[in-house]
Design a protein around this ligand. Structure first.
Ligand code: ASP
Length: 329
């Protein structure tokens, strides 16, 4: 029987990290090992798939940028339009959820795309990378994983790119989908699915990464007691096309920041209310927010609101259309 063809695209991160000793789990160099070294550490992946490796980047994912997202999305689309059956992307965990959601919106295929990473460097005792990579390849090789959008697989758990977030600084069980739940679990390299993501993604998405040279400039501003207009005014002055406000509670905004955001909105900058709470939908609240045309970010966390707003701004500047996109994706 022929095995599914799975392409491993390596981006760097802790899964490719090297530390000075096997007991060091912090203070290592992320992205030090190449894709061949990663694969040679997990020979079992070749039992489940015909794997090929490609080094796309060697980043500590805190340094991720829009140009790398565009390059990665283009490569995924190219591979999946050919005879590749599935893709695994090894990635640092810090911004993994943002890359995953970007691909969830810009890869136009039903074939599985799975992101994985690790919390312990490859050189550590009980490194979690090898099992995560094995599970990710098993998932990408599995026809049942198709049509579910971009998946994130670490610690035996399968999450949707739309819902998942890094929720712990150091634990191997860091990835959670707060309030929405995991899609399934990996058992001995095979997935068991229990739910599906409802919102549009991948093959149904209207967003195109191809042809874009860069992504619109969108900033996140974090709300707090005693907040003021400083960062909003700075974003306006810097030419931001969008602002995501990580508000308190249900996307609430300090009155001093609100006045500045209303000025931004008036100047044509799209303002999206999100929440710093980490769980739940941001719903319409104060009448003044609606009057100022601030949008609701729904259940997307601030960093994912930023991704969707960047892509939305490549299609339109109409706040009502963009609000609908926040309900569609
Ligand atoms: N700083 C690392 C990175 O995001 C952390 C990790 O890989 O988990 O690349």
């Amino acid at each position: 029987m022929t095995k599914p063809r799975v392409a491993i695209l390596a981006m760097g991160g802790t899964i490719a990290g090297s530390a000075a000793s096997d007991t060091a789990t912090t203070g290592y160099k992320a992205g030090a090992l190449g894709v061949e070294a990663l694969l040679s550490g997990v020979p079992a992946v070749r039992k489940v798939a015909e794997v090929t490796g490609e080094q796309i980047a060697s980043l500590d994912s805190k340094d991720m940028d829009g140009a790398t997202w565009l390059k990665l999305a283009a490569r995924c689309n190219e591979l999946l339009a050919g005879d590749t059956d599935g893709i695994v992307i090894t990635h640092g965990t810090d911004t993994l959820e943002e890359t995953a959601y970007f691909l969830h919106l810009t890869v136009h295929s039903r074939k599985p795309v799975v992101l994985t990473g690790s919390m312990r460097p490859a050189t550590a005792l009980s490194a979690d990378g090898p099992m995560n990579l094995f599970n990710a390849v098993g998932l990408a090789a599995e026809p049942e994983a198709a049509g579910r959008g971009v998946l994130v697989c670490l610690n035996d758990q399968i999450d949707s790119a739309r819902h998942v977030t890094k929720a712990h600084t150091t634990a191997t069980s860091t990835f959670k989908s707060p309030g929405l739940g995991a899609l399934g679990y990996m058992n001995d390299g095979h997935p068991a699915f229990y739910s599906k993501v409802q919102r549009c993604h991948t093959y149904e998405s209207e967003f195109e990464a191809e042809g874009l040279q860069e992504l619109p400039y969108v900033k996140i501003i974090y709300g707090h007691a005693d907040d003021d207009a400083l960062f909003v005014d700075a974003a306006i002055a810097a030419g931001a096309r969008g602002i995501v406000y990580a508000g308190t509670g249900n996307g609430s905004i300090h009155r001093r920041a609100e006045a500045a955001l209303a000025r931004a909105s008036q100047a044509g900058i799209i303002v999206v209310r999100s929440s710093r709470t980490g769980c739940g939908a941001v719903l319409p609240a104060e009448q003044s927010y609606l009057d100022a045309h601030f949008l609701q970010g729904d259940t997307l966390n601030p960093q994912k609101c930023r991704v969707l707003l960047q892509l939305a701004l490549t299609r339109t500047r109409d706040w009502q259309e963009i609000q609908q996109m926040f309900y569609r994706y």
